[in-house]
Design a protein around this ligand. Structure first.
Ligand code: FUB
Ligand code: ZN
Length: 667
């Protein structure tokens, strides 16, 4: 076994202005707000959206109250979804990460009290899912297709590991051990145990983390069991209904196919991402983590295959996944509609986590590219700039009229909501933003891979520290000051992002170098004699006009604009006409679209001015009319203003468009 030089979990302090703003918002606004809603201190308005799981009227979740009832402190029935407890657990996990960068006695107290409550609510055998404890104790582990029992406990286990790491709370971790032991006694390959899986993967993500925290091999073995068991018997989840339906309606839901649950065939034989998107990406994240820890080639190969299928054929330019609201699911290759899509925030968060686990297995720039894409687009678009409004569905094209009058687009909100009946996304975004410091480096035996351009100060143990300065994504100038008293050789690798192509300059101690990237990284050898090294990378941040693969019918003849990793969009408030009427000119495609920083807009954002044309005769035409070639002469030159996609819907309600219509050769 090779000895590891560095800690695989470096100590990282984020200094990036962009991310500090978000992370302070998490502490000052997001977490207190989410707590207030989940503890019923504050009412939140739910969107009028009967699809996408928001069918509860009013704030009926009473998330904390469910746990209080389970703990015997209040009387009543469970309210909300079967996995309602998990929202609080994600909140707790986010608090744990936040406490690592900002001391906050109020949040700490709330979290400690919550752990006390959870401990009171937990059954003596470790089980804890409030719906079943309060109203359906006889149904425990009997309705796994929709019960979310392992999903819910999995989220607690993740939170507990994070809280233990942040505060040393043994109590939090003991509860998690109790849950995992309870699950371990009930499930597994041995005779007499349940040979089946939860309809919603998550325990596969949680158990390897608990294994890392405790060193208990049973937890890793159990995670491995769930991954290999998935899809072995496609009928397993249905079989449980043979003995009759549950008195709890929610648990009987059966409209979805085996593919929806990723059980149509063994996970290790799956080749395409099918069914519910969040389930797929959580499953893959767990598989990649277990593959790494247990050196499981089958799981690694499956995770890699599904990664390739998602990233090459089923992912939006902004990183979102899930092309349909029917089952919040993947559809088929290249089917990426922009206005009926789902793109759930949780799925983007899950993709970021999946990418990080893939980086642990193999240090390929591609994984870090996707991670960056999620961080700067798909995931943060789920939260408003004020931290108190959220998206569940993240479209690439929206129009208030469509959402109001076209039932196929009812699930697309043109303004973020205060909360959701099914509110899985808000705390998921919070836990990602609060833990972003864990996503910047991948560390292997003797190599530090610096793959994100988010300014930070990091120490890796063994006398090696790195200070990364940048004003990214505003500027493409990144510098690393590496200091070492290690007195041993090591490597420092820097990602060259795919979006930079060959347009970058790398300097080491002021001297340009032309080392070619391999697998997306330039690797620098740091000799034992080196006590400090300065590396700078200048990435070309020019605006890029992007097109989609020609198989993506939704984007045919369309163009999107990016600058660095950031995808841009047009919003109605900045542009006078309906957005789909603008045609982007050839000039815009050839470098004529330019960016400018606007310090007064949306807290300070880059904007792009795109040369475009509008048809002057537009308003006088009939519904249908013959093509008139003179029309081409009747175009009015205008410009379209774009803002970063993540910042849309923070002003007045209106249309939004990422993929813009491309003019023809004459425009
Ligand atoms: O089923 C639990 C969560 O609710 C899923 O992950 C989300 O997609 C939402 O359906
Ligand atoms: Zn969600």
């Amino acid at each position: 076994m090779k000895t590891k030089l560095f800690s695989t979990r470096p100590n990282v302090e984020i200094t990036s202005e962009f991310w500090c703003r978000y992370r302070n918002l998490i502490v000052d606004k997001v977490l207190p707000y989410q707590w207030a809603v989940m503890s019923d201190e504050q009412d939140a308005k739910l969107p009028d959206d009967p699809s996408s799981g928001n069918s509860f009227d009013g704030n009926e979740g009473h998330t904390l109250r469910n746990l209080r009832i389970a703990a015997g402190l209040e009387k009543g029935h469970h309210t909300g979804y079967q996995f309602q407890d998990s929202d609080l657990y994600k909140w707790l996990e986010a608090v744990a990460y936040a406490l690592r960068y900002r001391e906050d006695s109020h949040l700490r107290e709330l979290a400690d009290d919550l752990i006390d409550l959870i401990s009171q609510a937990q059954e003596p055998d470790g089980y804890l899912v409030s719906l079943f404890q309060i109203d359906y104790p006889q149904e425990r582990f009997k309705r796994l297709r929709q019960s979310h029992e392992l999903y819910t406990m999995g989220h607690y286990i993740e939170a507990a590991v994070a809280y233990w790491e942040a505060t040393g709370s043994g109590k939090a971790l003991d509860i998690a051990r109790g849950m995992a032991d309870c699950i371990d006694r009930a499930f597994g390959p041995q005779e007499g145990k349940i040979h089946g899986v939860d309809g919603h993967p998550e325990i596969e993500v949680a158990l390897p983390r608990l294994y890392e925290a405790t060193g208990e091999p049973r937890y890793l073995e159990l995670a491995s069991f769930f991954l290999h068991e998935r899809g072995k018997d496609p009928n397993f989840l249905d079989q449980q209904f043979k003995e009759g339906l549950s008195p709890c309606e929610m648990l009987n839901e059966s409209t979805f196919s085996h593919k929806y649950y990723q059980i149509d065939k063994p996970f290790t034989q799956q080749t395409t991402a099918e069914g519910h998107a969040v389930r797929v990406v959580y499953l893959c994240e767990g598989a990649a983590h277990v593959a790494h820890l247990a050196d499981d080639e089958q799981l690694r190969a499956a995770a890699e295959r599904l990664w390739t299928n998602i990233v090459d054929r089923r992912m939006y330019i902004t990183g979102q996944v899930g092309s349909t609201h029917e089952g919040e699911a993947f559809t088929y290759d290249y089917d990426l509609p922009n206005d009926t899509m789902y793109g759930e925030s949780c799925a983007s968060v899950g993709m970021a986590m999946f990418a990080r686990r893939m980086l642990d297995i193999e240090q390929k720039g591609e994984y870090a590219d996707v991670l960056e894409k999620q961080l700067f687009n798909g995931a943060i678009s789920g939260m408003s700039l004020d931290g108190s409004h959220f998206y569940y569905v993240n479209p690439l094209e929206a129009d208030p009229a469509l959402s109001a009058y076209n039932p196929d687009k009812k699930h697309v909100l043109t303004h973020r909501a205060e909360w959701f009946g099914c509110s899985c996304c808000p705390a998921n975004i919070a836990r990602l933003v609060a833990s972003v410091d864990r996503y910047l480096y991948t560390v292997t035996d003797n190599t530090i891979y610096a793959h994100q351009f988010i300014a930070n100060r990091a120490s890796f143990g063994h006398g090696v520290s790195v200070v990364q300065d940048s004003d990214f994504p505003r500027s493409g100038h990144i510098s690393w000051h590496v200091e070492s008293s290690a007195n041993t050789d090591f490597r420092f690798a820097i990602r060259i992002p795919d979006w930079a192509e060959d347009n970058y300059v790398l300097q080491i101690n002021g001297i340009s170098t032309a080392i070619p990237p391999r697998n997306g990284f330039i690797t620098l050898e740091v000799p034992a004699s080196c006590i400090s090294m300065n590396v700078t990378l200048d990435l070309d941040m020019s605006v890029r006009a992007m097109q989609a693969n020609e198989n993506v019918r939704a984007d045919a003849d369309k163009v999107a604009f990016m600058r660095g990793p950031t995808v841009f969009c047009a919003e109605q408030v900045d542009n006078t006409n309906d957005l789909w009427k603008y045609r982007v000119t050839q000039e815009a495609l050839r470098g004529g679209a330019v960016s400018q920083f606007d310090a007064d807009l949306l807290g300070g954002v880059e904007t792009i001015c795109v040369p475009a044309v509008l048809d002057k005769n537009n308003n006088v035409k009939k519904l249908y009319y013959p093509v008139n070639h003179d029309d081409e002469a009747d175009m009015e030159s205008v410009s379209l203003r774009l803002i970063p996609y993540y910042a849309w819907a923070n002003r007045e309600n209106g249309q939004m468009l990422v993929w813009l219509r491309r003019g023809d050769k004459t425009t």
